[in-house]
Design a protein around this ligand. Structure first.
Ligand code: IPE
Ligand code: IPE
Ligand code: MG
Length: 241
């Protein structure tokens, strides 16, 4: 099995999973957070090098205060717990998104975790927090403009240069994007980075997305005929054909 180098996940369906069980949405988030730990371990075992998960979007502030507060409490405890998980999995953790919007203690936890795990190498784990692709692109453009004004950039902006201004600077583009729980949209996730990514959508809600489900997604990915605008060797036809 050809394991994707970089998997990006939109972990969706926590709320519906909880509702189905007559529980509050927050319970779904707690279970979803526990599942994150499982999937990191599975990804590492399977040999995935990069895993990027969407945990809180720039749009998610629109949810009720109760739900947002609950999510912040969950991030607080998870970010602390993640120090141990990072060590256990030899996992380098990086937050993408504008985390300056979070409370000071959360920002500190993020920085501590990033610093603590920066030399771990087996798995590169990115958590998208207060992340939105449009916001990321605009922040990149504004930094580019500043650098241009300061004389740090001369000449044309290339794709490579632009990528280096994004939160994902230095990371390879995702090979496979998985969205759980049935919605067929990107919800402002990695729009630039996923120009050539294969998409896999499953009705399974995030708290139930386990080892078998991840393997199923990778198997489906293996059936894809990946192309980048060209044709495969041996398929190219000459004019006479
Ligand atoms: C995903 O689950 C987690 C976050 C967006 C924080 P949802 O909370 O979106 O769950 P559903 O989609 O409402 O079921
Ligand atoms: C996308 O899920 C964001 C995260 C998973 C963090 P949402 O549940 O917020 O997306 P929409 O609102 O259904 O598009
Ligand atoms: Mg959702």
């Amino acid at each position: 099995m050809n394991v994707p180098n970089h998997i990006a996940i939109i972990l969706d369906g926590n709320g519906r999973w909880a509702k189905k069980r007559g529980m509050p949405r927050g319970y779904g988030h707690v279970k979803g957070c526990e599942n994150l730990e499982t999937i990191c371990e599975v990804a590492k075992d399977l040999g995935v090098k990069y895993l990027t998960v969407y945990a809180f979007s720039t749009e998610n502030w629109k949810r009720s205060k109760e739900e947002v507060d609950g999510l912040m409490r969950l991030f607080r405890s998870y970010l602390k717990k993640c120090l141990k998980i990072a060590k256990k999995n030899d996992m380098c953790v990086r937050v993408i998104g504008d985390y300056s919007a979070f409370d000071a203690d959360i920002r500190e936890s993020i920085e501590k975790l990033q610093e603590f795990s920066k030399d771990f190498k087996t798995l590169h784990f990115q958590i998208a927090l207060n992340y939105g692709s449009r916001d990321e692109i605009l922040r990149a453009v504004n930094r580019l403009l500043r650098d241009e004004k300061d004389g740090k950039i001369t000449g044309k902006v290339t794709e490579e240069m632009f990528s280096s201004y994004l939160d994902t600077a230095g990371l390879p583009d995702p090979d496979l994007m998985i969205r759980t729980s049935g919605e067929l949209r990107l919800s402002n996730y990695l729009l630039w980075q996923m120009a050539y990514t294969e998409f896999y959508f499953t009705p399974v809600p995030w708290p139930d997305f386990d080892r078998e489900e991840l393997i199923r997604a990778i198997e489906k990915y293996n059936e894809r005929d990946r192309r980048y605008g060209g044709v495969k060797e041996g398929e190219a036809c000459s004019k006479q054909d």
